[in-house]
Write a protein that binds this ligand. Structure first.
Ligand code: FAD
Length: 415
């Protein structure tokens, strides 16, 4: 039996562990810092909207444990606003299939319990870098799936793939009950409100410990008026008070929908900021090598809601590569090839995210958004880019390709 050690119990590490145990033939150990109860009763971790391809990966693996309880999100609404609370444009794109958001406190606690039940070994221990060399000598493969924790320092930043050297947004999330749906289309949907140069507000209907809720994330340009949570040590009620004040000033149409909102629980808030970074996949610990996965090696700002989706794709690519390797050693070349297979996908979600958090939306993207208000096909194609980022390759990033597509749509509409 091949011995695999996975460090970290997030989307990536747990999905990889569960799918390897399910495959059989692997002795899987997962090391993590928290018990299921600590995760379940802890602070929120993400807003984790997952699009249909990632949900299908979970479904194929039989890991869709909360699918029946979680709201099905039909599409995404984009509203651009000018200072003063003026709507500049608004459009809605339906996805090819629905998305869902299961609170990671619910999911990771449940998956960790499931891993223990299904024969994986769970060791409650926060792994220190100094321990990794001796640990790695005991396993055929060590995978570091520790998210944004200090172990990322083992992996060199890939400057060519990392255009930003500082955080682009200050993040402030809260989970709420009682937010009202969008009046003219009251189905569960993601609401993206953006004020260029100031920041964004994302709302995702989700499922948490206390049932359906809305996860609301402010992404503030650092130092802008939306950057109103820097003291961090505030109660969820105080968070909601500040959120309401921001909405009243910058997005008044949302403010009206938050009148009856209340926080879901005492740990329903999350704050942070981090530098988007792509790292090299092989970490060296003395004479041993370890493989980085998901956020450890491709860390995006949450602006396009891609990280948990990336983690699901990464876990599937790594699982398939481990199985395909048979009895051959998991050497450095295999690690690089495995990561590059994942990067074939993740480069597009990274490119989308980095475009959305750049200084000023490129002009051709502004033309795309304008056209989407007039043409559902454009709105759907833009929305598809979030759920299937590689679909953006052929039209979104290159101004000529984007304009050619928009011209073809104008021609089609004028017929
Ligand atoms: C505010 C916010 C909103 C987001 N919204 C979305 C969204 O809508 N859609 C989306 O797709 N993504 C979203 N993301 C990103 C998404 O949450 C992450 O990309 C995803 O969870 C990464 O999964 P992971 O398994 O790589 O890491 P994580 O989920 O961070 O898991 C890492 C695990 O490793 C453990 N760990 C860390 N260090 C150690 C150690 N030394 N020893 C042992 N264990 C360790 C941690 O405790 C944790 O269990 C959001 C992120 C944030 C911060």
């Amino acid at each position: 039996m091949r011995k695999i050690l996975i460090v970290g119990a997030g989307q990536a590490g747990l999905q990889l562990a569960l799918t390897l145990v399910d495959h059989g033939g692997y002795d899987v150990t997962l090391m993590t810092a928290q018990t299921p109860e600590e995760i379940r009763n802890g602070r929120v971790l993400s807003t984790q909207c997952m699009f249909f391809p990632a949900l299908q990966i979970e479904r194929d693996a039989g890991l869709n444990d909360w699918e029946d309880k979680t709201p099905w999100l039909e599409g995404q609404r984009v509203t651009l606003a000018a200072p003063g609370g003026q709507k500049v444009l608004d459009f809605y794109g339906v996805w090819d299939a629905p998305a869902q958001s299961v609170d990671q406190r619910v999911k990771m606690a449940g998956w960790l319990e499931r891993l223990e039940r299904s024969g994986g070994k769970v060791v409650l221990h926060p792994v220190a870098t100094s321990e990794l060399e001796s640990l790695a000598a005991m396993y055929d493969l060590v995978v570091i799936a520790a998210g944004r924790g200090p172990l990322v320092e083992l992996f060199e930043r890939d400057e060519a793939r990392s255009p930003y050297d500082h955080p682009r947004r200050s993040l402030a999330a809260v989970y709420l009950h009682g937010v009202e749906p969008w009046p003219s289309r009251p189905v569960p949907q993601v609401r993206i409100n953006a004020v260029p140069g100031v920041g964004e507000m994302y709302l995702m209907p989700a499922y948490t410990n206390t049932g359906p809720c809305d996860a609301v994330l402010i992404e503030a340009v650092p130092g802008s008026p939306l950057d109103a949570f820097t003291d961090r040590r505030i109660t969820p009620d105080e968070h909601l008070t500040r959120l309401r004040a921001l909405l009243a000033e910058w997005m008044p149409w949302e403010h009206e929908l938050f009148t009856k909102a209340v926080p879901t629980d005492a740990r329903s808030t999350l704050y942070g900021s981090y530098t988007p970074s792509v790292r090299r996949p092989v970490g060296r610990v003395g004479s041993q090598k370890v493989l980085g996965m998901a956020d450890v090696v491709v860390l995006n700002d949450p602006a396009a809601g891609q990280g948990a989706n990336n983690a699901a794709h990464c876990a599937r690519v790594y699982r398939d590569a481990i199985v395909a390797r048979g009895d051959l050693p998991f050497d450095e070349q295999w690690m690089h090839e495995t990561f590059e297979r994942y990067w074939d996908y993740a480069q597009w979600s990274t490119a989308l995210t980095n475009a959305l958090i750049s200084d000023g939306l490129p002009e051709h993207v502004q033309r795309i958004l304008g056209a989407a208000t007039q043409d559902d096909d454009v709105a759907r194609r833009f929305a598809r880019g979030y759920s299937v980022p590689p679909s953006l390759a052929e039209w979104f990033f290159d101004p000529h390709a984007a304009d050619a597509y928009l011209a073809s749509r104008s021609a089609a509409q004028s017929v």
